[in-house]
Write a protein that binds this ligand. Structure first.
Ligand SMILES: O=C(O)c1cc(=O)[nH]c(=O)n1[C@@H]1O[C@H](COP(=O)(O)O)[C@@H](O)[C@H]1O
Length: 285
């Protein structure tokens, strides 16, 4: 795709965050790193994304209503927001050019941030949508109607997600949920692949992995030349991209208080820090 567009949109919506000095982000995988991408900000802005998340948090309590509510809001936003419209149009074009549409029986999306993208893409491509919840239950949304679903008869499914790092959400939730429905999660399309093992994990599970964009040097080259990051930040990011584990191991050795502080932080951070220590992810023992 026109990577430059996507890079501009990511920075314009403040979706890419670079950590303050000595304060790396925690990731789902219980690893740490210097950047975090809030892909769902491509809905137009942080404020718009948060307001859709708020609606989702309420409407997901009623599983039969929620697909329609989210899709309607996404359509309205598609009409008025240039960035969101550009992104969704690019996703649809990517699918048409790179995947045999006739081979896709269903498009799925998982709670919550996948739904920003999966429902509207399915609707535009006229493919039924499987709305998957965190408890691994699912609802079929087809021709404007939600219904219960138990058997997809072996049909192929394209799962659409915001971003993959290690594809842990696919392995933990989305693949088992589609298998339970006797579907075949054959394809994955994400907006961003952080290139940290996700594609390989998907390949092991027989899932063909697609991404509109990979996080590599090119993203941060664009950020530097566009004046979005400083040359100091750029240097740190290059070091991390070159050797994510080694760079963060060195950081933890030089900043032993970081893990200690994380253990005393909010519940999610503390849990990630605990796993990082217990599994000795950085080989510090
Ligand atoms: O935690 C992450 O790895 C992560 C990094 C990032 O830059 N942006 C981001 O949104 N994430 C979160 O991590 C999930 C993907 O991680 P995996 O399931 O390991 O591929 C996403 O669904 C997000 O919840």
């Amino acid at each position: 795709m026109e990577n430059n567009n996507l890079i501009n949109w990511l920075f314009k919506t403040n979706a890419v965050r670079i950590c303050p000095e000595n304060k790396p982000f925690w990731y789902t995988s219980s690893k740490i790193g210097p950047y975090y991408i809030n892909t769902h900000f491509l809905y137009g802005s942080e404020e718009k994304a948060n307001s859709l998340l708020k609606v989702i948090d309420v409407c997901k309590e009623n599983k039969m209503d929620c697909s329609e509510i989210i899709l309607e809001l996404a359509h309205k936003n598609f009409e008025t927001d240039e960035i969101f419209r550009g992104l969704i149009t690019t996703m649809c074009e990517y699918i048409k050019s790179n995947i045999d549409i006739k081979d896709i029986g269903y498009i799925s999306g998982g709670e919550r941030r996948d739904w920003f993208f999966s429902l509207i893409v399915a609707d535009i491509l006229k493919i039924p949508h499987i709305t998957i919840f965190k408890d691994l239950t699912a609802v079929l949304y087809k021709d404007g109607v939600s219904s219960e679903v138990t058997d997809l008869g072996g049909a192929n499914v394209l799962h659409i997600a915001d971003i993959i790092t290690e594809a842990s959400s696919y392995v933990r939730a989305w693949i088992p949920a589609v298998n339970k429905l006797k579907g075949n999660l054959k394809y994955s399309l994400v907006v961003i692949d952080r290139l940290q093992g996700g594609t390989e994990k998907l390949k092991d599970a027989d899932v063909e992995s697609h991404a509109l964009m990979n996080v590599d040097k090119g993203l941060f080259d664009g950020a530097l030349s566009g004046g979005h990051i400083s040359s100091e930040q750029y240097g740190l990011l290059m070091k991390y991209l070159d050797n994510p584990t080694g760079t963060m191991k060195e950081f933890l050795i030089n900043n032993p208080e970081f893990l200690e502080n994380s253990l005393n932080a909010d519940a999610k951070t503390a849990q990630r820090a605990r796993i990082c220590i217990e599994e000795d992810i950085y080989g510090l023992k």
